[in-house]
Structures are given as C-alpha cells and as structure tokens.
Write a protein that binds this ligand. Structure first.
Ligand SMILES: Cc1cc2nc3c(=O)[nH]c(=O)nc-3n(C[C@H](O)[C@H](O)[C@H](O)COP(=O)(O)OP(=O)(O)OC[C@H]3O[C@@H](n4cnc5c(N)ncnc54)[C@H](O)[C@@H]3O)c2cc1C
Length: 370
C-alpha cells in the first residue's frame, strides 16, 4: 500500500506521483485537514471536495491529516538544470524564458485506471463563516469550466486592461494544482503571450530555489537598509481601500471581496504601498498571502520584489507608477466603478508628486551601497 500526498497537486490527471503509485500498489490519498483561516484555505477546501469525488471514482480513499509533507508543485518546464553559459543561475527573465522555450514540454500523464469499484463517501462538510461563503460562491466553478470559458485569442491584447475579461483567472487552480501547466500548454500552447506568463511562474520557482529567502530578504542586498517607515495605521488605510487613489482602492476592494486582483492593479497597489507610502514590501506581501486565493509563495515574493525594485530583474526603483495615469492608460474606469463602494469619498492620503520625490530621496540614501 502506498500513501500519496495531495497538497500542491489536487488533481488525478497529469499527476506523475499518483499515476506511478497506482501502477505499483494500492493507493491511499492523504491531504491536510482543511482549515478556514486564509482565502486560499477556502479555495483549497472547495478543490479538496472535488478531488475527493474524483478519487472515489477511482476507488481511492482520501484520508485527512493535521500535518502533511507538501508535494512539489508542477511546473511547465524542467528548469532544474538550466544555467547561463557561465554556469550561474539565470537572474533575468528573458534569457531564462528563451532557454525554457528551447526545451520540450513533457507529455501529459494519463488519469490512472480505477483500483477498485467507485465507492460513496462524504467529504467533511464545514460550516463556512459568511466571508468564506462569499469567497466560495465566487470560486464555485470547476477548473474545466474556467478553461472552457477562457478565450485565449484576446489574451495578448487585453491582459493589461482590468476592465476587460481577457485574463484566464486560472491562478488559484494552478496554485493548488487543480490543473497543471502542462495541461494548459496542451490547450493554449499556440498562444505565446499566455505561455510567457506561465513561464513567469516557472521563473518564480526557479528563483526561489536559488534564493530560499525570496519572501523575506531583498535580492538586491542594499535594500536591507532602505529607510522604510513602517506605520500600521497607514497600512490599514491601504488594506481597506481608502487611500483616495481610485485604482488602488478598487484593487484592494476587489481583493477583499474575491481573493483575487487583476495583475495590472496588483502592480499599482504594490508600488503605491512600497513607494508612495514607504511601507516595507514584506508587510504587504504578508497581507496578500492571507487574502489571495491564488497565493503562491514564490510568485507572490518574486512579484513583490519586482515591483518594490528590490529584485534582481526588477523594474528600476525610480519607476514609480502614477495610479491616476495608470487608470487612464489601461482604461480602468469601468473596473474602478465596479469595485469602489457606492459611498466612496476617500481623499488622497498622499500627494503623488510629493510622495514620489520622498521615495526617490529615500532611495538616494542606499543607492551607492554595495
Ligand atoms: C504583487 C504581486 C503579487 C502576486 N502574487 C501572486 C501569487 O501569490 N500567486 C500567483 O499565482 N500570482 C501572483 N502574482 C502574479 C499575477 O498577478 C497573477 O498570477 C495573475 O494576476 C493571476 O491571474 P490570471 O490567472 O487571470 O492570470 P493570467 O494572466 O491568465 O496568467 C496565466 C497564469 O500565468 C501565471 N502568471 C501570470 N502572471 C504572472 C506573474 N507576474 N508571476 C508569476 N506567474 C504569473 C499565473 O499562474 C496565471 O494563472 C502576483 C503579482 C503581483 C504584481
């Protein structure tokens, strides 16, 4: 008998460890007992319910444990051996991307045949508090429906425009492995701009393997001395979506209501937090970690560092997004109208120009270091 852990790969299709175990012996599936603390916990609970049914159809029981050893997340390419010509790890995305694209994507792994007749069991039903029930309603769709509903042909042109429905919204499913990147490649592999984003996810894992402290320490070491001005009250204003910058506030409301935020808006909110408000990126990263349904330690950390300017392949520090211009440039008025509360009256907590200059002065103090 073999126990197979399901944590980062909550699926029976294209699951190498599960398929191989099913070939060798009788399998028992093991997963962590669902908890209801973070947004992702709620999403994981929904996905476990589905997985439980799929396993039962294959005659595989699912046992819940308080602690499980996590299985490795599934990536698009095997980048474990990829290095630059000098034998050092890639620090820049584009050369990493090109190196990946020269490799072959592995074949899909078929769903195993049933080991016993299907059986009927009940998955433990948890009483969801109201906030969790709301999230569960937003994310009730099965991954197959989300894949079917995604019109990849509009992706490249539309992905930066939050008011359109051009992005896939597959991130939570990828984060818990309800679908694998290779399954998505089979379907959407002809669309280079979509595949490029999946490779950003690979790059986040790759970077974290070489820099295990990615979520806590700046990749550019001089930023350890950056004069952030931690202020919990200011952070709360940002969290509540009351900064007075409509795009930032709409994003924070979307996050709170759905556990998701459009990527373009994530960048604006994150930049605002670290640069306009001079708050340490690690604090914002932690807030995202508990509120995102698609929370993924590597992707979250890489992106926070990228926007905060502390990453190796980061946008330069002096690139301070102007939230008002971003709203215009990416035609986000409809998005803003959708997510801001009807009684929204917040006034700007900081003046853009003054805040930008303050951020650049703060940067000057560490610029020459290292
Ligand atoms: C500050 C910040 C924090 C983030 N935290 C997370 C996180 O915790 N988990 C997470 O999955 N993504 C994170 N992202 C990346 C990105 O915002 C989301 O992956 C994307 O918005 C998810 O929506 P989608 O599935 O519709 O994306 P699509 O645009 O449809 O992209 C398809 C898939 O590609 C991957 N992807 C896309 N963009 C990125 C990216 N920049 N970095 C890594 N992978 C990417 C995701 O798996 C995504 O599902 C973060 C971005 C920022 C700026």
């Amino acid at each position: 008998m073999i126990e197979v852990t399901f944590h980062n790969n909550l699926r029976v299709m294209d699951n190498a460890v599960f398929a191989s175990a099913m070939r060798k012996a009788t399998v028992i599936a093991v997963a962590q007992t669902p908890s209801l603390e973070t947004a992702q916990d709620i999403f994981r609970y929904l996905q476990l319910q589905r997985l439980h049914k799929e396993l039962a159809m294959l005659g595989v029981p699912l046992v819940l444990r308080d602690e499980v050893e996590e299985d490795a997340a599934s990536l698009l390419y095997d980048s474990s051996e990829l290095t630059t010509k000098q034998g050092t790890p890639y620090k820049m995305f584009t050369p990493f991307y090109k190196a990946c694209r020269q490799q072959k994507v592995r074949e899909l792994i078929a769903k195993p045949a049933p080991q016993k007749a299907p059986y009927e069991t009940e998955f433990p039903q948890l009483a969801l508090p109201q906030w969790a029930q709301k999230l569960a309603d937003v994310w009730s769709q099965d991954v197959r429906e989300v894949v079917e509903g995604f019109a990849v042909e509009y992706y490249g042109l539309g992905r930066d425009f939050p008011s359109t429905n051009a992005v896939s919204r597959l991130s939570p499913y990828l984060a818990v492995g309800a679908v694998s990147p290779v399954q998505l490649y089979q379907r959407f592999g002809h669309n280079a701009s979509f595949i490029r984003q999946l490779i950003w996810r690979d790059f986040a894992y790759y970077t974290q393997r070489y820099y295990p402290t990615l979520a806590s320490e700046p990749l550019r070491e001089q930023f350890a001395k950056f004069p952030y001005q931690r202020d919990v009250a200011i952070q709360r204003v940002w969290q509540r979506g009351e900064t007075g910058y409509p795009l930032v506030d709409a994003g924070m409301h979307e996050l709170y209501a759905t556990g998701y935020m459009h990527n373009r808006v994530r960048m604006v909110c994150t930049s605002f937090f670290t640069k306009h408000l001079l708050q340490p990126w690690q604090d914002g990263l932690h807030y995202f970690a508990t509120h995102l349904v698609d929370y993924d330690e590597a992707s979250n950390a890489l992106n926070w560092q990228w926007v905060a300017g502390t990453g190796v392949d980061a946008s330069p520090y002096f690139r301070v997004f102007n939230p008002t211009i971003q709203q215009k440039k990416f035609e986000a008025d409809a998005y803003v109208a959708k997510w801001l509360p009807a009684d929204y009256t917040a006034q700007p907590i900081v003046d853009h120009k003054t805040a930008r200059e303050r951020a650049l002065r703060a940067y000057e103090t560490i610029k020459g270091e290292n």
